[in-house]
Design a protein around this ligand. Structure first.
Ligand code: GRF
Length: 198
């Protein structure tokens, strides 16, 4: 069984869609835990409702980065993680995890990377920028996580039209809707492909 540890900082709608796809048999995996950097978020409620263990790990609770990074790694190991799935996680994934889970950390970003990616491009800021630049197409990207924000190899992308009447919020909702089907499908395909080639 493929063990996924989810990293999330927000409402957790992608986390929920991954749970739904596992329950319906479209994604052959088990979520063994949720790591978050924030208390009282939707993702934690989802974990509780589904009996998934969770841990809040916040950099500012540690005296140095080494202890913080090691605590993330220990938690992933305790949950026997095979893949780390970032689903709206707003902290940078430390290099220690990238080394240990080489090519096994995935992220979803709400734009067609490399456009509108990198530091500062998160949440509604991405969609505001897309609209300000007069783009007629946007979308989402699933990629492997590397040391630089939003720069790892791209696994999948899907686009949506940006209509003249779209606001950042309406565009965010459109993009989120396609994220919910593309992310579980891409995780399934990617895991399957890695198993075939290993
Ligand atoms: C999504 O738009 C995702 O692309 C981005 O953060 C948002 C997370 O939304 N990385 P949710 O918490 O899954 O609802």
């Amino acid at each position: 069984m493929n063990h996924l540890v989810i990293f999330a900082s927000g409402s957790g709608s992608n986390f929920q869609s991954i749970i739904d796809n596992i329950q319906s048999g479209r994604l052959d995996a088990k979520i063994t835990g949720l790591i978050t950097n924030r208390d009282q978020i939707g993702a934690i409620s989802i974990a509780k409702l589904n009996g998934i263990p969770y841990q809040v790990i916040n950099k500012k609770d540690f005296s140095n980065s080494k202890e913080y990074e090691e605590s993330l790694l220990v938690q992933c190991r305790n949950w026997d993680a095979h893949y780390l799935i970032c689903a709206g996680y707003l902290n940078k994934i430390p290099d220690l995890l990238i080394e240990h889970y080489d090519r096994r950390i995935l992220n979803i970003h709400p734009s067609l990377l490399p456009k509108y990616g990198g530091k500062g491009f998160y949440g509604i800021h991405v969609h505001t920028s897309v609209i300000e630049h007069g783009e007629t197409v946007s979308g989402c990207t699933i990629h492997l996580v590397s040391s630089n924000y939003d720069e790892g190899p791209i696994l999948a992308q899907e686009s949506v039209e940006v209509d003249p009447e779209d606001t950042p919020h309406s565009l965010a909702a459109k993009v989120l809707a396609i994220e919910h089907s593309l992310y579980p499908k891409t995780i399934q395909n990617y895991i399957h492909q890695l198993i075939q080639t290993s």
